[in-house]
Design a binder for this molecule. Structure first.
Ligand SMILES: Nc1nc2c(c(=O)[nH]1)N[C@H]1C(S)=C(S)[C@@H](COP(=O)(O)O)O[C@H]1N2
Ligand SMILES: [Mo]
Length: 415
């Protein structure tokens, strides 16, 4: 080995090791926070902490740029050192590619408001896909590189040049044992990650129609009689929803039947209204097609909803002049949200009972959920059972925990 090479090796070795350590630490945190953020269980446990964790995830994700840029300055020299290590070169390329994919899609998700759902949805898919492929790769990489699994010659050898040929080491029984352990780890990880990966793949490319059918069998709501769909709804005019709902709830899914379900409009109204299910299904309904955009970056397009326009319910109850805010209550007893009296006048806000011609399953907020097509769907309260007109403001469940008060979609008409 030349003196020249020895010198750089010493000089940048320490720097590279530090970069690797920081990078590993940050990626470990991002993986941990990124994996638990979308899980239903943690949504419940974390509550408002979830929003902080999300910001921390974004902050660390952005800070990841530092070690990467620092590395890129040293990359030329590092590359020369890896002259005879094609496997390690590939590892560097793969890791840089993963980091770039995560970073770019992450920036779009962070700035979802500027980009809008047309960008944030594919960004989420890419972010997820990179996690599914990259996380197992990185775990495998770090497990197989712990000291006890390293090939013996890696520890003693000083450079690629005087390393014994691979053929020599391959005969050592120790190597065989290690190779075996590594494949065992590989197989173990395939078993651990495989099934959920396939499930994710199915849900991101599968047809929503099929999914809804599954849900109906599993979670059809128990109220009778089922509402009779209008002709437009039955077709359905929207052509069938495209995409998949992710089931979000901050409580266990509540269950209703005819004995414990009712719907109330009260507060600052001239006439308090209340229905049981048998009365409520008889109210006349309209059909509309709209897209459904969650603020976390997934959408379901062309939903055919059938229900009662909010405007109609408010007119029937009679709004008192003092009313400033419309507050929505979920039958889960926890989730609420609100809109202003002025926003409540929009024609397309709907108290929905059918989706694509079928009763809304309990997972998706049935028997009755709110639909506010021009806003992110944290406004679309599931298991809606009470509308109250109030004076002053009401801060909704997620808004209290850090979500933006402004839920308008980027291109909302606002009428
Ligand atoms: N009662 C209740 N309503 C809710 C929520 C919830 O957790 N509880 N989540 C909101 C959010 S953030 C979204 S994106 C949609 C998700 O609807 P889905 O679970 O039918 O996909 O419901 C909204 N309404
Ligand atoms: Mo959401």
């Amino acid at each position: 080995m030349s003196d020249w090479l020895n010198k750089i090796r010493k000089g940048i070795g320490k720097k590279l090791a530090a970069i690797h350590r920081w990078n590993a630490l940050m990626v470990a945190f991002l993986a941990f926070s990124g994996v638990i953020l979308p899980l239903g269980f943690w949504r419940e446990v974390l509550g408002g902490g979830r929003v902080w964790l999300k910001w921390l995830h974004i902050g660390v994700g952005l800070a990841l740029l530092l070690p990467v840029v620092y590395y890129l300055f040293l990359a030329g020299k590092h590359w020369k050192l890896l002259k005879d290590r094609p496997k390690q070169k590939w590892n560097v390329i793969i890791v840089l590619f993963l980091l770039a994919g995560w970073f770019l899609s992450g920036v779009v998700l962070w700035q979802f408001r500027a980009f809008g759902p047309a960008w944030s949805n594919p960004a989420l898919t890419i972010h997820d896909l990179f996690t599914w492929v990259g996380l197992p790769y990185i775990i495998y990489h770090s497990v197989t590189r712990t000291q006890w699994l390293k090939e013996p010659h890696r520890r003693t050898v000083k450079s690629g040049a005087d390393r014994p040929a691979a053929a020599n080491t391959a005969n050592e029984p120790l190597y065989t044992r290690r190779a075996f352990i590594r494949s065992a780890i590989g197989v173990g990880m395939a078993v651990a990650f495989g099934p959920s990966f396939i499930k994710w793949l199915g849900s991101s490319i599968g047809s929503s129609q099929q999914n809804m059918e599954e849900l109906l069998e599993r979670d059809a709501n128990h109220l009778v009689p089922a509402p009779t769909p209008a002709a437009e709804s039955l077709t359905p005019v929207g052509g069938g929803a495209k995409g998949n709902f992710r089931i979000y709830t901050v409580t266990p899914i509540p269950s209703f039947d005819n004995t414990n379900w009712s719907f109330t409009v009260d507060g600052l109204v001239n006439k308090r209204l209340q229905w049981n299910w048998e009365q409520f299904v008889k109210l006349s309904r309209v059909v509309q097609v709209s897209d459904f955009h969650c603020v976390t970056g997934w959408s379901v397009y062309h939903n055919t909803w059938e229900g009662i326009p909010l405007k109609k319910l408010l007119d029937e109850a009679g709004v008192q002049p003092a009313a400033q805010t419309v507050k929505f209550y979920s039958g889960d007893g926890v989730y609420t949200d609100s809109i202003t009296m002025e926003q409540a006048r929009m024609d397309d806000i709907m108290v929905a009972v059918l989706h694509d011609g079928k009763p809304i399953p309990s997972d998706l907020g049935g028997p009755v959920r709110l639909i506010v097509p021009q806003m992110y769907t944290y406004k679309s309260v599931k298991w809606l059972n009470r509308i109250e007109l109030i004076q002053g403001d009401h801060v909704g469940y997620w808004e209290e925990r850090g979500y933006d008060k402004n839920a308008w979609l980027p291109n909302a008409k606002r009428t």
